[in-house]
Design a protein around this ligand. Structure first.
Ligand SMILES: [Zn+2]
Length: 150
């Protein structure tokens, strides 16, 4: 009676609804994000910001990526004016670090998958302020830095 072909109906249902109430370009915001995403993904080395030491403003990184969820956290492979304390090993729980320097498609599944990541603290070489950590894949994670436009 009402639904003779159930399987086909479920497929086309969304389309029918869309035509009547679809707002125009309400997701222009999404466009911006997509663009950013593309830029970031292009070769994995596009910089989101220049990072500076919060204490003495020495530049510590010119090429970094801002973390998707933790906007105050940045990760980088190439750094300047940093020193790593290799004697001190920290255990970082659920460190969002598994997104590799050259991996491109794993960003979505990174959170909480790996715990007990071993990392070394990273300091500003000028004033020895602790500004982040470096993980076993030599990816730097900065969370105590001042970002500015690249
Ligand atoms: Zn400093």
């Amino acid at each position: 009676m009402a639904s003779p072909t159930n399987s086909q109906k479920t497929v086309s249902d969304d389309d029918e609804v869309d035509y009547s109430i679809k707002p125009e370009f309400y997701d222009s915001d999404l466009d911006d994000k997509d663009e950013l995403w593309m830029v970031k993904k292009r070769d994995g080395r596009t910089s989101d910001a220049v990072l500076s030491c919060p204490a003495c403003f020495t530049t510590v990184c010119l090429e970094c990526q801002r973390h998707e969820q933790y906007v105050t956290q940045y990760r980088a492979v190439f750094v300047v004016n940093c020193k790593v304390d290799t004697d001190r090993v920290l255990q970082q729980n659920a460190m969002p670090s598994k997104v590799g320097k050259r991996r491109r498609d794993s960003e979505m599944q990174e959170t909480g998958s790996e715990d007990n990541e071993k990392v070394n603290p990273v300091f500003c070489s000028a004033c020895s302020t602790e500004i982040g950590v470096v993980d076993s894949e030599e990816i730097y994670h900065f969370f105590n830095v001042i970002p500015s436009e690249p």
